[in-house]
Design a binder for this molecule. Sequence first.
Ligand SMILES: [Zn+2]
Ligand SMILES: [Zn+2]
Length: 226
Amino acid sequence: MNCLLCQQSFSQALTLADLLYWRPLLTERICSHCQRKLQPITIACPECGRAQNKCEYCRDCQRWLRTQPDQELHNHALFVYNAVLQDFFKRYKSLGDYRLRQAFNADCQRWFRQHPADVYIPIPTDTDSYTRRGFNPVVGLYAPCVPLTNCLKKRPQPIKQAHKKRQARLRTPQLFYFTGDAAQLSGKRILLLDDIYTTGRTMRHAQACLKMAVPNCQVNTFTLAR
Ligand SMILES: [Zn+2]
Ligand SMILES: [Zn+2]
């Protein structure tokens, strides 16, 4: 098999756990050389998932939760958004290399097995990005790992977000609307899925939208990178 990040050929090493547990084997798509360049997040801010040396709220989250104490996300991110992941997302999202969607399947699946939710909801893409790319990168990343419930739609956005300052971005009106069956999600543990956590704005909008439609659901979030 060829590594999806560096294209070098490699063979998957079986671990003792793979041999001992009777369960489908996770197929690694990244060679051990590339694996070593990734930075898995082990100790993090419990709210945004930022890598830290202590498991306590980071300064951004402390500030946010002082004003919005009932809007906790408990985001979990797998890897630091370092140069390797920046290059990966450039090729996957900007250049639209759809094969790369499988690169992190094994890592994500391992985490989902250990932290199962009732419902997995991907962050939707807007129509323009979908037309340009031909796929939703978030659905691409997670569809092979867990069953996805598509029940959020993105509203058309008049101004490009990149041109706005952080505070202005956090204040923008609701980005999403709910298109699902509220009764089906009632009382469920929902895991919202996105690719990269930057300011948390997308996740907070999606969480607020779900909570509005389904007041008694529990919503946490997951991203590949932070
Ligand atoms: Zn590699
Ligand atoms: Zn934080």
